[in-house]
Every structure is written in structure tokens, then in C-alpha cells.
Write a protein that binds this ligand. Sequence first.
Ligand SMILES: [Zn+2]
Length: 377
Amino acid sequence: MGEIPYEQYKKQYRQLQKVTERDLQTFSNQLKDIPGLIRSGKRKPEDIKKSVTQYMKSMKKKVDDIYDENQNTTSSLTKRIKLMNCFENIKQMEDPDFNVWTSTLLERLIVDYLLRNDLNQTANHIYNSLPIKDFLDLDFYASSKRIALSLKNKNCSDALVWCSENKTYLKKTKSDIEFQLRFQEYVELCSQRKISDAISYCKKYLIPWRETHLEAIQRAAALIAFSPSTSCPVYKKLYETSRWDTLVSNFYKECFKLVGLPESSFLITALEAGLSSLKTSICSQPNNVNINCPVCNHEISKFASKLPCAHHINSRIVCRISGLVMDEHNPPLMLPNGKVYSTKALTEMANVSEGKITCPRTGSVYQFSDLRKCYVL
Ligand SMILES: [Zn+2]
């Protein structure tokens, strides 16, 4: 929950440090020149005083702007930590804080899912209508989406700027996303048959990666000899436009990894965990659908098909008609054809059909008095 504001906080702190150090250094150099300028009569003391004051004011403004931004981030981070800490004090589900905690988290998961799937209008609606602004990171998604969009439009410039801004992190994690972007720009030059530009580009941006990407660079060098209409599979593949989609996907992976977010949405992960804990080996079988089981739901069953089943130590017998558990409070009754349903469901059926019971599986009709109590050992 706090990953993105924490990364923002670190970034703002580094930016503040960088701006302050650079401006102070410039200021200090200018101060050294002042006595000489006055002595030589090149500048009047009043002018120097004016320009120094102006410089200090602009320096202060820069620092103030970063500080204000930092305050917002800190406030958001503090609220998120407070919400997480709140969970520790919740002793039971009836606690009002439990509802606040779960609904905030669920709304966050939904917005995260919507933003990852380009459903921005709905995400914005939730953002504006619910009091969860401090727990959402719309700016992060918007900026990463902007870069991804420029990649979709076959432009690597924004993504390369992002690489430059996060150079330290990318180096530390040994990411080669910058190489991928450079490689794609090189392929575009080859595609446009700008051979001379392609050679210069290769020397400047690909060769520095030779220690780790020699094979790819060799393939890039050979690409010059092949036009986009080539039938040679290796080089034809390099000209495929689908490489841009891969680049978009890889960019998102790096972007999410940078702030500690998983590749897939939290909502899907939570849903998978929940469904897997409910799934039984007979879920979704056409003859064994439990109307109250989310996994047996027609839409969700496709989603849950690849998930593992939960390990249930004790079995529960569920009524096929009502979906309710059959136990001592709702005991099973057996029809003459051997089919078993719950007392509650059969009683309700008998009450509305003059004591008649119709077996939902075979269509056979019986009297309620034909039913026998059933005991499961
Ligand atoms: Zn089921």
C-alpha cells in the first residue's frame, strides 16, 4: 500500500538534495567572483546585490516547491501507515474499523485493476466519489500509461527519459529495458533503410552493452543486410511490429517492479486466493453445481479452472436445490429414487405444490410422505 508514495518520497528527497547541492555550488562559485568584479568595476555592488537576492529567491522557490510536494507525499504515506496499523487493533469482525479497513482495501484493489486495464473513466469516478484519495496512486498510473502510449505509437523518447531518471535502480537490478528500447530504435532505422544512421546509432548506444548482450548486437549488425521484406525468419522476426507490444509489456513490468508492485493486479491475486480456498474437486461439474458456491458460478468457473483445490479435512453436504448445508438443523431427506435434498428445500417445495415433490434431476413426482430420513456416517 505504501510502496508508491515511499518511492516518490525517496525520489523527491534525492531531487531536493541534487537541486540544493547544484545551486549552492553555483552560488558559491559566483560569490568567489564578486570581489574581482567590483574591483575591476565591471559590476556595481547594487547590481550584484540585486542579482544575488534574485538568485536566492529562485533557489528558495525551487526548494519550497519540492518541499510542498514532499509534504503531500508524507501526508499520504502517514495515512496509509495509520490504516495498516489500524488492522492490528481490530479484534473482531464486528468492529466498525474492520469495515473501514476492508472496504478501503477492496476499493483500492478495484481501482488498481481498472487502471491497469485502461478503464480510467470508472477509476476516476470511484476516485471522485469515495473518500479514498489518499490511498490511491492515480498519478503513477497516469505517467506510466503516458509512456506506454508513446511506445505503442512507436516512440521510445519518453521511455528513455524514464530510464535516465531511474538509471541507478535499473543498474542495481541489472535491468536491460534501456537496451531493449535502444535496440528497437535501431531496428526502426534499419527498417527505414537509414544505414549510415543505424551504424552510428549501433556504435553509440548498442556497443556499450557488448559485455552482456553481444549476441543481440551481432544480430543487430547483421540486420543491416536485410530489408523489412526479408524472408529470413531470424531477421523477419526483428522487423515485426508486435515487438512494440512486447516492449510496452516489459516497460510496465519494470515500472511496477520499481515501486514494488506485482505484474498482475492485486484484485486478481486476491480473487485467485479466495476462489482456491473454496474450490472443491466437484466444483463446476455440470451435475454438481452448488448455487451458493462462487467457484461453481458459470462466469467465474472459467477463471477458477486452472486454480488448485483447497485441502478440506471435513466434507460438507450441500443441498442441490437451495445450496444450503445439510446438517442436524437442516437434515437430508431421500426421495424414493435415491436422490437426496435438504428438509428445508423439500418442505418449501411441498408447501407451494400441495405436498408434491418434483425431483429436479429426474422430474419424478412424489408425495412428501414418501420421503425418508437419511443419515450420513
Ligand atoms: Zn463449487
